[in-house]
Design a protein around this ligand. Structure first.
Ligand code: FAD
Length: 676
């Protein structure tokens, strides 16, 4: 009989649980997995503040659920769950009802207002995609209206911003806003001193679960960004244009244009309303046993923010954070599999958390990370790096390459106003039509090289022994190597005599490929100068030489080679001994050069052509080496690698259609190897 698993909520923990279950029951058609969410997309809640303060585009924090589960045995239902009939094992949604054998409750959180009058009505919240977009529009409109307000007093009122809560969410929000304010001021011609920003909290320091030193750093940074921290203050009420605070028995009635509520969370309604069937505890969280099942119902598993669980030996419940979602999804999926299969040993949930990272705007962050019992703080650059890295690890699990590409694009390649920890260095753009002459020239040189090699007889006779040998002899003569073991001289004995013979073959390729072979004729009396000759752990020798004395060397006399024993072995053992293999290799190289060249000239399949151009150059660097005057080919290939054929090239016409076809291939969708 079919077993039905129903998951409520496609947030961090719901998605991961569903994906892991789909993997476990890949070959079992008797198990169905359904995931229900009120949105057709997964929201990266951890990035909401970035949208609210316009650091990244709003669409960058949405991930389509259809894409997440493409090619997987998971049925995605767009529905809002209104209640759960635990006795009848049925989830009731606005559109349909869903029978289950096993239920996973992963419906996440919503803000809690602690009964503060006016808080729910007059503050902005930040706990969903819509919240972030509404707040972003509000901030923008406020500045636009303020710019037209002639009365200074009124303008200042409009531009007073309060964030309630100085935990992670509150600090990240006010930090992001503080970074955005100067940009808005400049855009709307507003004096920065007209804007005031406050972060209020009842506790004595920001982010109290960080060590005091890091809290101090956070406070200093916020201060530097123009944020005033109001600590030890509780909000007693909020109105349309004010916030009332109680601080040390003093009541402060302050004008407030905007109040953002980031003071605390509780479980969503559907979870809290399960009160009679499940054991609901603090913040509407559900008490679970060590296998992540509800203590009152073995068929109901709770994951993510909804679970209340104090691991053995700990004093505090697991944090409502993404790392808990990731770890509990693993255990929940395993235990559900055991329960359904009726075999295997259920796992006890023993989470090990690795710390927290907080960004204060896009350029600064703090982090307290490590392994249980061994935590340390990271400097800002590394903290931001770690935060992005952790996000990427999450995306690998959820949407693979597709999401990583779009994340890196949004966070670095298209970031506005230099709001990234690497500044705007990667987001500056050059119109790609300016690359057209470079692309065509690079292609033409490859075609020329290929044709010249055909003229030299690369299709008819084995020439690689002389070619490589001549090059090696040239390097050896400069390096003063006569007969040493290893790659560089492996062919020298065979080639000293051949060096003269190598000259014509080498001449044909020097312009683009062979660094040294043309000099083979001069092997006996090379003067040369060694600039670099490093042996790195026997794995690679870095060789940089000139064939003349320094004073008379030009750029075409300097040659660079990476001498790699494995590559030498490959050439010596598999290519050179057999003239048939040599000719096959020569034909491959010549055809590659011509095809790469034509592709680049026409701007068709530019990315693979440029990538292959780089591979060929790498082959040349590791066999004959390259003259410095041909290095431009490497840099040109890098320059046209991404989108180089989209301007005045055939890719402009071919790529959109090909991309669509590619995305339709089931395996491609399943492995997420496409980008939008
Ligand atoms: C602004 C912000 C910043 C944060 N920063 C960090 C951070 O830096 N690091 C960190 O570790 N954590 C951070 N968090 C916390 C983290 O996002 C949560 O711990 C995490 O999202 C919890 O995941 P979840 O699976 O329990 O629920 P969620 O991710 O909240 O997902 C719940 C899902 O259930 C759906 N849902 C809810 N009710 C219904 C219903 N009735 N019917 C259908 N669907 C429903 C929702 O649409 C949602 O998709 C942040 C949170 C916010 C809001």
């Amino acid at each position: 009989m079919e077993k039905k698993i129903v998951i409520i909520g496609a947030g961090y923990s719901g998605i991961l649980t569903a994906k892991k279950l789909a993997k476990k029951f890949k070959k079992n058609s008797n198990v169905s997995i359904t995931i229900i969410d009120k949105n057709p997309f997964h929201t990266m809640l951890t990035e909401l503040h970035e949208v609210a303060a316009s650091r990244v585009d709003e669409d960058s924090i949405k991930i389509s659920l259809t894409k997440v589960f493409a090619g997987r045995n998971v049925d995605v239902k767009l529905d809002t769950v209104t209640s759960i009939d635990y006795n009848g094992k049925t989830v009731i949604g606005s559109n349909a009802s869903y029978k289950y054998d096993i239920l996973v409750l992963a419906a996440g959180s919503k803000p809690t207002y602690y009964g503060v009058p006016g808080a729910e009505e007059y503050t902005f919240k930040l706990w969903s995609y819509e919240d972030a977009v509404i707040l972003k529009d509000h901030i923008h409109n406020t500045f636009r209206k303020a710019a037209c307000e002639p009365n200074t007093e009124e303008r200042r009122k409009m531009l007073s911003f309060y964030v309630v809560g100085a935990g992670f969410t509150g600090v990240e929000m006010i930090g992001e806003l503080a970074e955005y304010v100067p940009i808005l001021c400049e855009k709307y011609g507003i004096n920065k001193s007209d804007v005031t920003m406050f972060d209020v909290d009842g506790l004595s320091r920001p982010i109290p679960n960080l060590p005091e030193k890091l809290s101090d750093k956070v406070a200093k940074r916020l201060d530097k960004m123009g944020v005033q921290l109001i600590m030890n203050a509780t909000v007693s009420s909020v109105g349309t244009d004010y916030i009332e605070l109680k601080q040390n028995d003093k009541i402060l009635h302050n004008t407030a244009g905007t109040v953002i509520w980031a003071a605390g969370i509780q479980s969503t309604d559907v979870t809290q309303n399960s009160g009679s069937a499940l054991e609901i505890t603090r913040g509407g969280r559900v008490q679970v046993d060590s296998y992540l099942r509800s203590t009152k119902n073995e068929n109901v598993y709770i994951t993510g923010d909804n679970m209340f669980y104090i691991p053995e030996g700990e004093e505090r419940p697991v944090p409502q954070m993404v790392e808990n979602c990731e770890q509990c999804a693993d255990v929940a999926a395993h235990n559900i599999t055991c329960a359904i299969n009726g075999q295997g040993k259920m796992e006890v949930y023993k989470p090990a958390f690795h710390g927290v990272m907080v960004s204060i705007g896009g350029r600064y962050g703090v982090a307290h990370v490590g392994l249980p019992g061994h935590f340390f703080s990271l400097p800002s650059f590394l903290a931001m790096f770690a935060k992005h890295f952790i996000n990427i690890i999450y995306f690998i699990q959820v949407l693979g390459w597709n999401k990583i590409f779009s994340y890196v694009k949004h966070e670095f390649f298209t970031i506005r106003n230099c709001r990234s920890f690497v500044g705007g260095h990667f987001s500056n753009r050059t119109p790609s039509f300016l690359l057209v002459p470079l692309r065509v020239w690079l292609g033409a040189v490859w075609v020329f090289e290929g044709i010249m090699k055909i003229a030299e007889g690369w299709f008819n006779k084995a020439m690689l022994t002389d070619f490589f040998g001549g090059a090696n002899s040239w390097y050896n003569s400069i390096l003063g190597i006569t007969n040493t073991p290893g790659g560089t001289d492996a062919v020298s004995s065979a080639t000293t005599a051949a060096a003269e013979k190598a000259a014509p073959a080498a001449d044909a390729v020097t312009a683009a490929t062979g660094a040294a072979a043309d000099a083979a004729g001069a092997v006996a009396d090379a003067i040369g100068k060694v600039l670099v000759h490093w042996d790195i752990l026997g794995l690679v020798k870095v060789i940089f030489v000139t064939g003349k004395d320094l004073a008379s060397s030009t750029i075409s006399d300097y040659a660079f080679k990476l001498d790699i024993p494995v590559m030498n072995w490959f050439v010596q053992t598999l290519i050179l001994p057999n003239s048939g293999v040599q000719i096959a290799m020569q034909i491959f190289i010549v055809l590659s050069e011509i095809l790469i060249g034509l592709a680049l000239m026409g701007g068709l399949f530019t990315a693979p052509a440029a990538a292959f151009s780089l591979i060929l150059n790498f082959m040349f660097v590791t066999t004959t080496g390259l003259y410095l005057n041909t290095f431009w080919m490497i840099f040109a290939a890098i320059a046209v690698l991404i989108g180089g054929g989209r301007s005045l090239g055939l890719d402009y016409y071919a790529m959109p259609g090909l991309k669509k076809l590619w995305k339709r291939i089931p395996l491609v969708r399943k492995l997420y190897i496409y980008n939008d």
